[in-house]
Design a binder for this molecule. Sequence first.
Ligand code: DOR
Length: 334
Amino acid sequence: MHLRDGAILQSVLPATTMHFGRALIMPNLVPPVVKATDAVAYRQRIIAALPVESAFAPLMTLYLTEATDPGDVAAAAESGLITAVKLYPAGATTNSDSGVKDLNKVSAVLERMAEIGLPLCVHGEVTDADIDIFDREAIFIDRVLEPLRQRLPQLRVVMEHVTTKDGIDYVRTGGDNIAATLTTHHLMINRNHMLVGGIRPHYYCLPIVKRASHQRALRDAAVSGEKCFFLGTDSAPHLDGAKESACGCAGVFNAPNALSCLAHVFEEENALHHLEAFASLNGPAFYRLPANTQTVTLEKVPGAIAFDGKLETPDGSVTVFDPAVDLHWRVKEA
Ligand code: DOR
């Protein structure tokens, strides 16, 4: 998930982390979290902003650039400071300008990561101007990911926020060194929700939501219980002014109601018995972390739960993901 920095970090942190014991923290700040020293400082700012009673553990990541030093990454992993490194193809999404243009320039880092078993989290989209935005994930698999994995089969890869049947099929058949995260919003909406009857900027994210047949494949994967699929909310707060604009930015702020949405989806798919694996067990297993010992309990209430549509920050409001259906599941107060 994305926590951001500064005033917005302070404002979104309690609502973002209240239902989660830990999460992988995305490094696409301005400037990005590139070196171990950046991750140390960012982690401290997150911890300082947490409510006193919160036991939330931020799992830090580094933002891969063509100047990343393999020694710095290896030392950060060895010390337990970082849990993964994130690959943003340059220009693929929000704050990705410092990302990777030429994968050959990061070979030494990737080889070192393969050696030490440090996962690479991937924003899996090509950025070529001539490739249709709806095809960018599928083409990334063919042109970038598969050749990379052929070259470095030991590299452990997480395809973040996978959005297509192509991505699901690729991961499902890809062996033990690949997994995929699925967001709550990609399970609940498809491109019709975003575009029919008017354009809904709060559903705009990257990779962009696809057609319903892809959404179907994502739902099937999420509820299957298969170990290679797990939750990654990609909760990404932006001020409403930046979303509701002639050129709105990508990102869906879904953490506050993510568990309610997931329970809704899993119930619809008659798969509540696989919800815990998806949300709490498969992820840590891939990351070779112990499962959390604390639990949350979801309860179903007769009426629709109240929907808090906006969170106020000193700089303006941030809109919470609206799943466009009534939700009946909520996290029980401890
Ligand atoms: O929609 C997105 N928003 N996708 C990403 O990959 C980044 C994120 C953000 O940082 O806002």
